[in-house]
Design a protein around this ligand. Structure first.
Ligand code: FNR
Length: 335
């Protein structure tokens, strides 16, 4: 069964193809971005549950880049100890640990000014300030500094959050980026911000690097999967290892959701840009996950909400596929 085969990316071997998708817990009670007991319990449960890789929720690279004041952060050295402890707990279960580094851009809901490529609000939200060249350079540096902290905390994988209408997505899309300088205009110029971030991160991070994208913005004037296949080929040239294919969130849009609705996006990016992909979105059964891998539509299966419902999903799915799931040794024959 492919779902339970290891996968090696650079020097990291994931024990299986099941990834816990990044999911914000909004659980930093002191608004300091520091790991709490909730995070320790929540992530360790999924590690005991047997996923191959856990990608921690969107962790802000600057305080103004938080979605909410309760977000996890990676903008300060004071946040490293808590993250290191989480990595230790995840590693104890033989599971690899990743972190999603993020900036919410115009979708930030914290106090104070919010920043975006252009002064165009997300419908119904505050109008952001157009970022200066200096702010762009500072934000690129903040992503690289976050990567250094992730390295110091012992993470195996870094995922850059380029999806869901947050800052990087805002630069990529013609709907939210009307800049006249070399960070806006045609597709190549709109890529420049992400290009700078990947370049800066790659200077300090040699490990597996993933980027999450919204491979369809669900607007006739926005980016579509062909545009993202182009971006994915640029990312591949820059040393990105895997594209995690989500969709939507840049503008409000009705999205038809059904089991595996985003799998064709992962398939298209994988087979057009010839880069490894992750599939995510309403994947809930072992059979469904195995089929995606067997058909060559994606390399990793990201599971979100089903892992909230069932932390032992990797074992539930194994049983469904007729395999005897391995158990933590402490559970022995009772499993
Ligand atoms: C999410 N999602 C998400 N995505 C992301 O890239 N970064 C994040 O921090 C979050 N936060 C988040 C919180 C919660 C509570 C949910 C339910 C979702 C999206 C998530 O990773 C996943 O892509 C979607 O939930 C679709 O997959 P499932 O849930 O259908 O398996």
């Amino acid at each position: 069964m492919k779902l339970y085969e290891p996968m090696t990316i650079r020097d990291v071997t994931l024990p299986n193809r099941i990834v816990m998708s990044p999911m914000c817990m909004y659980s930093c009670e002191k608004q300091d971005g520091i790991v709490t007991d909730w995070h320790r319990t929540h992530y360790t449960s999924r590690a005991v549950g047997g996923v191959g890789l856990i990608i921690l929720e969107a962790s802000a690279v600057t305080p103004q880049g938080r979605i909410s004041a309760q977000d996890l952060g990676i903008w300060s050295d004071e946040q490293i100890d808590g993250l290191r402890d989480l990595v230790r707990l995840i590693h104890q279960q033989g599971v690899k640990a990743g972190i999603q580094i993020a900036h919410a851009g115009r979708k930030a809901e914290v106090e104070g000014p919010i920043a975006a490529p252009s002064a165009i609000p997300f419908p119904g939200s505050r109008t952001p300030e157009e970022m200066t060249r200096e702010q762009i350079a500072d934000t690129v540096r903040a992503f690289a500094d976050a990567a250094v902290r992730a390295r110091d905390a012992g993470f195996d994988v870094i995922e850059i959050h380029g999806a869901h209408g947050y800052l990087i997505n805002e630069f990529l899309s013609p709907l939210s980026n009307h800049r006249q300088d070399d960070y806006g205009g045609d597709k190549q110029k709109r890529y420049r911000f992400l290009q700078d971030i990947i370049h800066a991160v790659r200077k300090v991070w040699e490990g597996p690097l993933f980027v999450r994208i919204s491979a369809d913005e669900y607007d006739p004037e926005g980016n579509h999967v062909q545009d993202y296949a182009f971006y994915a080929s640029l990312m591949k040239e820059q040393g990105v290892d895997l594209i995690d294919c989500s969709s939507g969130g840049l503008v409000p849009a009705p999205i038809e959701v059904f089991p595996g609705y985003q799998v064709p996006l992962a398939d298209s990016i994988k087979n057009t840009a010839l880069i490894a992909t992750g599939a995510v979105g309403l994947i809930t059964s072992g059979k469904q996950a195995e089929d995606i891998l067997e058909r060559g539509q994606a390399d990793l299966i990201f599971i979100g909400r089903e892992l909230l419902r069932d932390p032992y999903w990797p074992r539930t799915a194994a049983r469904e596929l007729g395999i005897e799931p391995a158990a933590p040794k402490q559970y022995g024959r009772a499993w």
